[in-house]
Design a binder for this molecule. Sequence first.
Ligand code: NAD
Length: 315
Amino acid sequence: MFGAARAWGRARATCAFDTTRRLASAAATTSPLGRAPVKVALAMSAGCAALAMWREDEVCCAASKPVDKGTLRGKVALVTGATGSIGSAVARDLAMQGCSIAVVDLNESKCEEVASGLPTKSIGLAIDVSSEESVKAGYARIANELGAVDILVNVAGILSNNKVFETTAEEWRRVHAINYDSCFYLSKACIPHMKEQGWGRVVNLTSWAWKSGGLTAGTAYSASKGALVGLTFSLARQFAGDGVTVNGVAPCYVMSPMIMEQLTAEKRAELLEMIPVHRFCTPDEVAHAVVFLCSPLSGFITGEIIDMNGGFQMD
Ligand SMILES: NC(=O)c1ccc[n+]([C@@H]2O[C@H](COP(=O)([O-])OP(=O)(O)OC[C@H]3O[C@@H](n4cnc5c(N)ncnc54)[C@H](O)[C@@H]3O)[C@@H](O)[C@H]2O)c1
């Protein structure tokens, strides 16, 4: 199956290369710099040809076509933490783009409930993402029932506001196991298929805490999100040549119970004064950024962390 896809990709690549070469020749005849632009254009065309081998859809979409609903039709997306505030919004928006969704969280009946409300063939299943065994078994079930995963969105996470001296070793391990180790296990399970087919997307839910040090968030939480940024960069570099992009989203203060129930009304009012847009982020806005990173529009973006902090930190 992949052999035919590769042959098709090569045919398209040759076509793209020839077009670029013709454009390069035309530029050289009109350019006051003579043949120098030809070399540049030919080098570019070789690069374009390599890109076109596997990602011509992305290159063309980015250049000329608007991306509309159904862009990701037929893809299988695994979303963790998918019964929570952000995860359920991500699952819904990816399904609206045509993905089949594996709705993954701790409570299987809640996962099934979310899955049954989606417009595409989707399943709900319980996976404890902090356990590699649970991830392996869950992945096998998803591959069997929906097909191998093309898009992985790591949303599952827990918050801890304890600063270093209040953090026990047990809490440290638990926060890291759920927020960080999970993404390592899931990436190991999902990326081989993405690499094999030459297309894949991984999006990790990190947090503004990774670079702010945690204004209200605690030490284990901030450190786990920083570690997740490191994992994002490492995987992005490793699989950049395989058509697999790996990015992150770093929101601050999303309107969800995770934050709203853990901050007093006074603290929330104080934060609203400090955030330049004077409001909190919404789960829907996070989902929009995730869908963008999964779409063909973002094919040239990898190893990037998109800040969503209402101008709280500009860098
Ligand atoms: N809410 C915010 O302000 C905010 C800001 C920045 C980053 N984030 C990150 O966004 C993500 C989602 O946050 P949210 O606000 O939607 O929280 P949420 O509590 O609504 O969702 C988190 C989900 O993760 C699930 N989960 C926890 N442990 C799990 C495990 N071991 N296995 C499988 N699932 C597990 C929970 O059951 C829950 O449904 C988290 O990673 C969080 O750190 C949130």
